[in-house]
Design a protein around this ligand. Structure first.
Ligand code: IMP
Length: 206
Protein backbone atom coordinates (compact mmCIF):
# COMPACT_ATOMS: atom_id res chain seq x y z
CA UNK A 1 0.00 0.00 0.00
CA UNK A 2 1.19 3.50 -0.84
CA UNK A 3 2.33 5.79 1.94
CA UNK A 4 -0.19 8.56 2.69
CA UNK A 5 0.81 12.23 2.65
CA UNK A 6 2.74 13.70 5.59
CA UNK A 7 1.38 17.22 6.12
CA UNK A 8 3.15 20.16 7.61
CA UNK A 9 0.65 21.88 9.92
CA UNK A 10 0.81 25.66 9.47
CA UNK A 11 0.14 26.65 13.06
CA UNK A 12 2.12 27.82 16.03
CA UNK A 13 -0.83 27.22 18.40
CA UNK A 14 0.09 24.20 20.56
CA UNK A 15 -3.56 23.30 21.29
CA UNK A 16 -4.52 23.32 17.62
CA UNK A 17 -1.41 21.38 16.64
CA UNK A 18 -2.11 18.66 19.18
CA UNK A 19 -5.67 18.28 17.90
CA UNK A 20 -4.72 18.36 14.19
CA UNK A 21 -1.99 15.82 14.88
CA UNK A 22 -4.27 13.53 16.86
CA UNK A 23 -7.14 13.59 14.34
CA UNK A 24 -4.94 13.22 11.25
CA UNK A 25 -2.97 10.33 12.71
CA UNK A 26 -6.19 8.58 13.75
CA UNK A 27 -7.27 8.59 10.08
CA UNK A 28 -3.90 7.55 8.70
CA UNK A 29 -2.15 10.81 7.76
CA UNK A 30 1.14 12.03 9.14
CA UNK A 31 1.54 15.53 10.55
CA UNK A 32 4.38 17.71 11.82
CA UNK A 33 4.17 21.27 13.12
CA UNK A 34 5.88 23.91 11.00
CA UNK A 35 7.56 25.19 14.17
CA UNK A 36 9.74 22.06 14.21
CA UNK A 37 11.47 23.47 11.09
CA UNK A 38 12.11 26.73 12.94
CA UNK A 39 9.64 28.54 10.69
CA UNK A 40 7.28 31.14 12.12
CA UNK A 41 4.23 32.32 10.18
CA UNK A 42 2.69 35.78 10.30
CA UNK A 43 -0.78 35.65 11.85
CA UNK A 44 -3.16 36.98 9.15
CA UNK A 45 -5.43 39.81 10.23
CA UNK A 46 -6.64 40.93 6.85
CA UNK A 47 -8.85 38.04 5.73
CA UNK A 48 -12.59 38.61 5.94
CA UNK A 49 -13.46 34.93 6.44
CA UNK A 50 -12.06 31.82 8.09
CA UNK A 51 -11.48 30.37 4.61
CA UNK A 52 -9.54 33.41 3.44
CA UNK A 53 -7.34 33.39 6.55
CA UNK A 54 -6.71 29.63 6.28
CA UNK A 55 -5.70 30.13 2.63
CA UNK A 56 -3.29 32.94 3.57
CA UNK A 57 -1.63 30.68 6.19
CA UNK A 58 -1.48 27.65 3.89
CA UNK A 59 0.03 29.64 1.01
CA UNK A 60 2.67 31.22 3.21
CA UNK A 61 3.64 27.81 4.62
CA UNK A 62 3.79 26.36 1.11
CA UNK A 63 5.92 29.25 -0.16
CA UNK A 64 8.35 28.85 2.71
CA UNK A 65 8.68 25.05 2.60
CA UNK A 66 7.46 23.67 -0.75
CA UNK A 67 5.86 20.83 1.23
CA UNK A 68 2.30 19.48 1.53
CA UNK A 69 0.77 21.83 4.08
CA UNK A 70 -2.39 22.09 6.11
CA UNK A 71 -3.72 25.24 7.79
CA UNK A 72 -6.67 25.90 10.05
CA UNK A 73 -8.41 29.16 10.78
CA UNK A 74 -11.06 29.04 13.42
CA UNK A 75 -13.09 31.10 15.79
CA UNK A 76 -16.15 31.56 17.88
CA UNK A 77 -19.41 33.10 16.60
CA UNK A 78 -21.83 34.26 19.28
CA UNK A 79 -25.41 34.91 18.14
CA UNK A 80 -26.16 37.66 20.67
CA UNK A 81 -23.09 39.54 19.41
CA UNK A 82 -24.08 39.29 15.74
CA UNK A 83 -21.48 36.56 15.06
CA UNK A 84 -18.59 38.25 16.91
CA UNK A 85 -15.79 37.70 17.72
CA UNK A 86 -15.58 35.63 14.47
CA UNK A 87 -12.30 36.15 12.62
CA UNK A 88 -11.11 38.33 15.53
CA UNK A 89 -11.48 35.54 18.12
CA UNK A 90 -7.75 35.17 18.88
CA UNK A 91 -7.33 38.88 19.64
CA UNK A 92 -10.83 39.70 20.94
CA UNK A 93 -9.47 41.46 24.05
CA UNK A 94 -6.65 43.11 22.08
CA UNK A 95 -3.35 42.23 20.42
CA UNK A 96 -1.49 39.63 22.50
CA UNK A 97 -4.50 38.98 24.78
CA UNK A 98 -4.35 35.82 26.88
CA UNK A 99 -7.09 33.16 26.80
CA UNK A 100 -8.29 34.39 30.21
CA UNK A 101 -8.52 38.00 29.04
CA UNK A 102 -10.47 36.94 25.94
CA UNK A 103 -12.87 34.81 28.00
CA UNK A 104 -13.38 37.59 30.57
CA UNK A 105 -14.23 40.07 27.83
CA UNK A 106 -16.75 37.66 26.30
CA UNK A 107 -18.37 36.87 29.66
CA UNK A 108 -18.68 40.62 30.35
CA UNK A 109 -20.16 41.27 26.90
CA UNK A 110 -22.89 38.66 27.51
CA UNK A 111 -23.57 39.87 31.07
CA UNK A 112 -26.46 37.98 32.63
CA UNK A 113 -28.24 36.95 29.44
CA UNK A 114 -30.10 33.64 29.98
CA UNK A 115 -28.65 30.42 28.51
CA UNK A 116 -31.05 30.40 25.54
CA UNK A 117 -29.67 33.78 24.44
CA UNK A 118 -26.02 32.72 24.79
CA UNK A 119 -25.96 30.34 21.82
CA UNK A 120 -22.69 30.15 19.87
CA UNK A 121 -20.71 27.97 17.55
CA UNK A 122 -17.06 27.21 16.95
CA UNK A 123 -16.13 27.17 13.26
CA UNK A 124 -13.00 25.73 11.70
CA UNK A 125 -11.92 25.99 8.10
CA UNK A 126 -9.02 23.78 7.03
CA UNK A 127 -7.10 24.22 3.80
CA UNK A 128 -4.59 21.66 2.49
CA UNK A 129 -2.16 22.27 -0.34
CA UNK A 130 -1.22 18.87 -1.75
CA UNK A 131 2.23 17.84 -3.01
CA UNK A 132 1.23 18.74 -6.61
CA UNK A 133 -0.17 22.16 -5.58
CA UNK A 134 -3.85 21.27 -5.62
CA UNK A 135 -5.91 22.96 -2.93
CA UNK A 136 -8.55 21.07 -0.91
CA UNK A 137 -10.62 22.67 1.85
CA UNK A 138 -13.36 21.78 4.32
CA UNK A 139 -15.12 23.34 7.26
CA UNK A 140 -16.66 22.08 10.47
CA UNK A 141 -18.94 23.50 13.13
CA UNK A 142 -19.51 22.70 16.80
CA UNK A 143 -22.73 24.09 18.30
CA UNK A 144 -23.12 25.16 21.91
CA UNK A 145 -23.52 28.14 24.19
CA UNK A 146 -21.36 30.39 26.33
CA UNK A 147 -21.74 29.60 30.04
CA UNK A 148 -21.38 32.06 32.88
CA UNK A 149 -18.33 30.41 34.40
CA UNK A 150 -15.34 28.29 33.45
CA UNK A 151 -15.39 24.51 33.77
CA UNK A 152 -13.00 21.69 32.88
CA UNK A 153 -9.30 21.01 32.74
CA UNK A 154 -8.43 20.11 29.14
CA UNK A 155 -8.11 21.97 25.86
CA UNK A 156 -7.21 25.55 25.12
CA UNK A 157 -8.59 28.96 24.13
CA UNK A 158 -12.26 29.47 24.98
CA UNK A 159 -12.87 25.76 25.77
CA UNK A 160 -13.68 26.29 29.49
CA UNK A 161 -16.72 28.53 28.76
CA UNK A 162 -18.03 26.72 25.67
CA UNK A 163 -20.86 24.41 26.81
CA UNK A 164 -22.41 21.69 24.67
CA UNK A 165 -25.48 19.49 24.75
CA UNK A 166 -25.24 17.38 27.90
CA UNK A 167 -23.88 20.33 29.87
CA UNK A 168 -20.18 19.65 29.44
CA UNK A 169 -17.65 22.16 28.18
CA UNK A 170 -15.09 21.44 25.47
CA UNK A 171 -12.62 21.70 28.32
CA UNK A 172 -14.27 18.73 30.08
CA UNK A 173 -13.54 16.43 27.13
CA UNK A 174 -10.58 14.10 26.89
CA UNK A 175 -8.82 14.01 23.51
CA UNK A 176 -10.72 10.89 22.45
CA UNK A 177 -14.14 12.56 22.98
CA UNK A 178 -13.01 15.88 21.55
CA UNK A 179 -11.89 14.20 18.33
CA UNK A 180 -15.45 12.97 17.71
CA UNK A 181 -17.23 16.32 18.05
CA UNK A 182 -15.01 19.39 17.76
CA UNK A 183 -15.35 21.79 14.83
CA UNK A 184 -11.74 21.13 13.82
CA UNK A 185 -12.10 17.34 13.99
CA UNK A 186 -15.23 17.57 11.83
CA UNK A 187 -13.46 19.75 9.27
CA UNK A 188 -10.45 17.41 9.18
CA UNK A 189 -12.58 14.31 8.70
CA UNK A 190 -14.41 15.99 5.80
CA UNK A 191 -11.05 16.94 4.33
CA UNK A 192 -9.82 13.34 4.67
CA UNK A 193 -12.97 12.15 2.89
CA UNK A 194 -12.15 14.44 -0.04
CA UNK A 195 -8.53 13.24 -0.05
CA UNK A 196 -9.68 9.63 -0.16
CA UNK A 197 -11.80 10.52 -3.21
CA UNK A 198 -8.75 11.94 -4.99
CA UNK A 199 -6.70 8.92 -3.94
CA UNK A 200 -9.30 6.53 -5.32
CA UNK A 201 -9.08 8.28 -8.66
CA UNK A 202 -5.51 6.94 -8.69
CA UNK A 203 -4.00 10.32 -9.42
CA UNK A 204 -1.21 9.79 -6.94
CA UNK A 205 -0.39 8.74 -3.39
CA UNK A 206 -2.67 11.18 -1.54
P1 IMP B 1 -6.80 31.61 14.75
O1 IMP B 1 -7.47 30.50 14.01
O2 IMP B 1 -5.33 31.44 14.84
O3 IMP B 1 -7.26 32.96 14.28
O4 IMP B 1 -7.25 31.52 16.27
C1 IMP B 1 -8.56 31.35 16.61
C2 IMP B 1 -8.74 31.50 18.10
O5 IMP B 1 -10.03 30.93 18.37
C3 IMP B 1 -7.77 30.72 18.96
O6 IMP B 1 -6.67 31.47 19.37
C4 IMP B 1 -8.63 30.35 20.18
O7 IMP B 1 -8.68 31.42 21.08
C5 IMP B 1 -10.00 30.21 19.56
N1 IMP B 1 -10.25 28.81 19.22
C6 IMP B 1 -10.20 28.24 17.98
N2 IMP B 1 -10.46 26.93 18.07
C7 IMP B 1 -10.67 26.69 19.37
C8 IMP B 1 -10.96 25.50 20.09
O8 IMP B 1 -11.05 24.38 19.56
N3 IMP B 1 -11.12 25.64 21.42
C9 IMP B 1 -11.02 26.84 22.06
N4 IMP B 1 -10.72 27.96 21.45
C10 IMP B 1 -10.54 27.89 20.10
Amino acid sequence: MKQKTEFLAATGNAGKLEEINGVLRSIGYGCTGIGSLGIKLTDPEDGSSFYENAMIKAKEARRKTGRAVLADDSGLMVDALGGAPGVHTARYAGEGATDDENMDKLLAALGDLPAEERTARFVSCVVAILPDGRVVSASGVCEGWIGTQRHGEYGFGYDPIFYMRGGRTLSDLTDEKRYTCSHRARALRKLAFKLRGIRRMKYDNL
